[in-house]
Design a protein around this ligand. Structure first.
Ligand SMILES: CCCCC/C=C/C(=O)SCCNC(=O)CCNC(=O)[C@H](O)C(C)(C)COP(=O)(O)OP(=O)(O)OC[C@H]1O[C@@H](n2cnc3c(N)ncnc32)[C@H](O)[C@@H]1OP(=O)(O)O
Length: 358
């Protein structure tokens, strides 16, 4: 799964042959990844506010931060591969099957026995919108049933994921904020259930910083590989919120109750090394060799008998599935109340009005 210069050149040519216009957002991502892959991080001065086109390009490119050029090249190749329609197989990277042209917020590819689900909003640090929650559930359902041996979740760009997209809170339905809180609790419960019940090995490839729900969910993965650039931050109290993703059950089990409280109540940000020492991360790799080393390892895992791996996962999970669903339900119930609190409203408003950042 590591793109060579030849793959990159092929992908560049495939873009010109695309039969369908991929839309402006995707074109901006292609532009940004291409620039990052060929020139490195954006050093151009910020265009004027009325220079809309160049400002959008600049935003997309700077949104990739310090993403290594090799990773940008890989992500560019993956994105082009995902755009190749099944009717034009000549456009696809040999061996890489892209089934999910339908997703707006994800790039999903299958290759070498591995289905890779990549969060794909790099300019927004892969913050999870309502649409992305829904697409992730669909992608996980499909991956659970496909013939790949492993499923991997990762992020495009310099972040793994910045957690819940805080603009989700601005989309209030006719039933008002109470209805919004209720709908969000249902969505969250269904979303987390997909991870609890996922039937085959699920691996997180944490390519950069992780925030909020993208951290708490890690306790439900079977392995977590992290770049040494990654950090792990759950600022729930700062946001007037409370933990989710079954972390109230998994974190004390993984790291002990004192360390779990420091992370989940006081929002202590962990480095990749600390997260590994506390058992949340399986192994940390230097960012410069992260993709190469992790994918080599995953390809070897994917050659193991898939039914044996599923059976082992099932027997490991069976003993605690009930407790996990109970923790999920209780976390969603408490959060529903938190979302209606002044503490939460003030924190979200502060972020949206650019007064606060983590
Ligand atoms: C329904 C289910 C609910 C599930 C409950 C889940 C809870 C959680 O996940 S709580 C955690 C929520 N996340 C956050 O509070 C993170 C907020 N973001 C930040 O603090 C920062 O953006 C950052 C530290 C993640 C990155 O900072 P920086 O490197 O300086 O980059 P920018 O802030 O300029 O970000 C670029 C761009 O992306 C937008 N963005 C980033 N994260 C989010 C987010 N979580 N929600 C919405 N938007 C986000 C940011 O606003 C910038 O946008 P533009 O200004 O339009 O470029």
């Amino acid at each position: 799964m590591r793109a060579s210069q030849v793959d990159f050149e092929n992908a560049k040519n495939q873009v010109k042959l695309l039969k369908k216009d991929p839309g402006n957002e995707v074109k901006l991502q292609l532009y940004a990844l291409y620039k990052q892959a060929t020139e490195g991080p954006c050093k151009m001065p910020k265009p004027g506010v009325f220079d809309f086109v160049n400002k959008a390009k600049w935003d997309a490119w700077t949104g990739l931060g310090d993403l290594p050029q090799e990773t940008a090249r890989q992500n560019y190749v993956d994105l082009v591969s995902s755009l190749s329609s099944p009717e034009s197989p000549g456009q696809a990277r040999p061996g890489a099957e892209s089934k999910q042209g339908a997703y707006e917020t994800l790039v999903v590819t299958s290759e070498d026995g591995i289905t890779k689900i990549m969060l794909n909003r790099p300019a927004k640090k892969n913050a999870i919108t309502t649409k992305m929650y829904q697409e992730l559930m669909l992608a996980l359902q499909a991956a659970g049933k496909d013939d790949s041996a492993l499923t991997v979740l990762t992020g495009n760009g310099d972040y793994y994921c910045s957690g819940n997209d805080l603009t989700n809170f601005t989309d209030i339905p006719p039933g008002g904020v109470e209805q919004k809180a209720k709908d969000s609790a249902v969505l969250l419960r269904d979303f987390v259930s997909c991870f609890i019940d996922f039937p085959k090995p699920l691996i997180a490839v944490v390519n950069g910083p992780a925030v909020g729900i993208s951290v708490t969910l890690l306790g439900l993965f079977d392995a977590v590989y992290a770049s040494d650039r990654a950090t792990f931050h759950t600022p729930f109290s700062h946001l007037g919120q409370s933990p989710e993703g079954c972390s109230t059950y998994t974190f004390p089990k993984i790291m002990g109750s004192a360390k779990a409280a420091e992370v989940l109540i006081f929002g202590k940000k962990l480095t990749a090394g600390e997260a590994c020492a506390q058992g949340l991360v399986t192994q940390v790799f230097p960012d410069s060799t992260f993709q190469k080393e992790v994918w080599a390892r995953l390809k070897a895992f994917a050659k193991l008998p898939p039914n044996a791996m599923r059976a082992s996962k099932e027997v490991l999970r069976r003993g605690e599935r009930e407790q996990l669903h109970a923790a999920n339900a209780e976390e969603c119930r408490v959060l529903q109340g938190r979302w209606l609190s002044d503490e939460c409203a003030n924190a979200v408003m502060a972020f949206l009005s650019r007064r606060a950042k983590l």
